[in-house]
Design a protein around this ligand. Structure first.
Ligand SMILES: NC(=O)c1ccc[n+]([C@@H]2O[C@H](COP(=O)([O-])OP(=O)(O)OC[C@H]3O[C@@H](n4cnc5c(N)ncnc54)[C@H](OP(=O)(O)O)[C@@H]3O)[C@@H](O)[C@H]2O)c1
Length: 345
């Protein structure tokens, strides 16, 4: 089945990655592009300040960008990827769902709503069935599925492995996040060159809440969030792509370095088109992973980890993922593949 896909917010940092990843996709065709009213009516080439290091796909460059309104997206679009600012997504995504579109969204609005599944397919694909509850409650023909925040996606697969092996009691994380995570107009060069910013508005709260929802149990009616305590401290550093994170975990059962390394390395991937062969690659070298060297592993869809050490109450480790691929566009596409695989399209 070929899925006709629309992209909301197609001109932004995540929208451009969506185009780069969807254009060669075996099952998805790009059928509609939208952005703000100032871009609407222009060709994509005119509207987007293209910043990816390969040309705009020819099939997309001359497409006309539409308004971000269900009336401007053809009815035969099967799946809509949303990479809108959350303030815009909050109003627009429900309108698309009401109009019958299935939306796979990056935006942070509604991620914590009780009837909105927040999914990393390899970790909690069973939460997808929450869409049945959502459709019953909201009366939508469409549906709204979210992927988590980029810094959350980076740490949750390794944490899920540790949880399965030893149980999680407390998680403490400090991040070193790339500038692309703030979008194209997010951080000015005067703020970030020769500098580090020890605060990213709202990011700590997102990591603390979203990780507990992702690692929670779905009982067929609701998701019971994991009861681990999660504390995050988020920092912006002058890398372009790739979020690096230092994580400390207090475990329920005593953990060993070998046991944690084995659990992470053996954590299964899925057989979806965008799944990496190896979900979590664990380095033995203590100075890996590094953003420049390791963010593109598995086509940008793998998580890398290293520096596993025992602590008094558990373990610590470092982890890394490409924030606009595994942390955003690739995550939405993987969720789209899961929707197709499970018959939601
Ligand atoms: N960057 C990341 O690593 C990352 C990771 C995870 C999640 N996210 C989330 O993904 C979303 C997009 O992030 P981004 O980094 O791609 O942002 P961005 O570079 O600022 O792009 C925003 C996109 O939304 C469009 N837009 C802005 N205002 C609009 C409006 N009023 N109506 C319709 N369209 C509008 C823009 O169109 P114009 O070009 O016409 O202005 C552009 O296409 C955000 O919610 C962000 O939190 C980002």
């Amino acid at each position: 089945m070929t899925v006709r896909a629309g992209i909301l917010g197609a001109t932004g940092a995540v929208g451009q990655r969506l185009i780069q990843l969807l254009e060669p996709h075996p099952d998805f065709d790009i059928a509609a592009l939208t952005a703000s009213d100032s871009s609407a009516g222009k060709t994509y080439r005119e509207a987007a300040k293209w910043r990816i290091g390969e040309p705009i796909p020819e099939t997309v460059a001359e497409m006309t960008v539409g308004r971000t309104d269900p009336a401007d997206v053809p009815d035969d679009v099967d799946l809509v990827f949303s990479s809108l600012p959350s303030s815009v997504g909050e109003a627009v995504e429900p309108a698309f769902c009401e109009a019958g579109y299935v939306v796979s969204s990056n935006s942070s609005n509604a991620r914590q709503d009780a009837d909105v599944p927040l999914v990393i397919p390899e970790v909690n694909h069973d939460h997808l069935d929450l869409l049945e509850v959502q459709r019953d409650e909201r009366g939508w023909d469409g549906a709204l599925l979210k992927n988590p925040n980029c810094s959350t996606i980076t740490m949750v697969p390794p944490l899920a492995a540790v949880d399965d092996a030893y149980g999680l009691e407390r998680v403490t994380v400090a991040t070193l996040q790339a500038v692309s995570g703030a979008g194209y107009s997010g951080v000015s060069s005067m703020e970030i060159i020769d500098n580090a910013l020890p605060h990213i508005g709202g990011e700590e709260e997102k990591m603390e809440a979203e990780s507990r929802k992702l690692l929670g149990e779905f009982d067929g009616a609701e998701v019971h969030w994991h009861d681990a305590q999660v504390n995050a401290s988020c920092n912006r550093i002058p890398t372009i792509d790739g979020h690096l994170e230092n994580v400390w975990v207090d475990t329920v059962e005593a953990a060993t370095v070998d046991g944690v390394t084995e659990a992470m390395a053996a954590y299964p991937s899925l057989d979806l088109p965008s799944s990496p062969a190896e979900l979590v690659h664990v380095f033995e070298e203590p100075d890996r992973p590094q953003p420049r060297l390791d963010r593109d592993r598995g086509g940008g869809m793998a998580v890398t980890a290293g520096g596993v050490r025992e602590t008094a109450d558990g373990v610590q480790f470092n982890c890394l993922a490409h924030n606009t691929i595994r942390g955003a566009a690739g995550a939405s596409i993987l969720n789209g593949e899961l929707l197709a695989d499970r018959g939601f399209l």
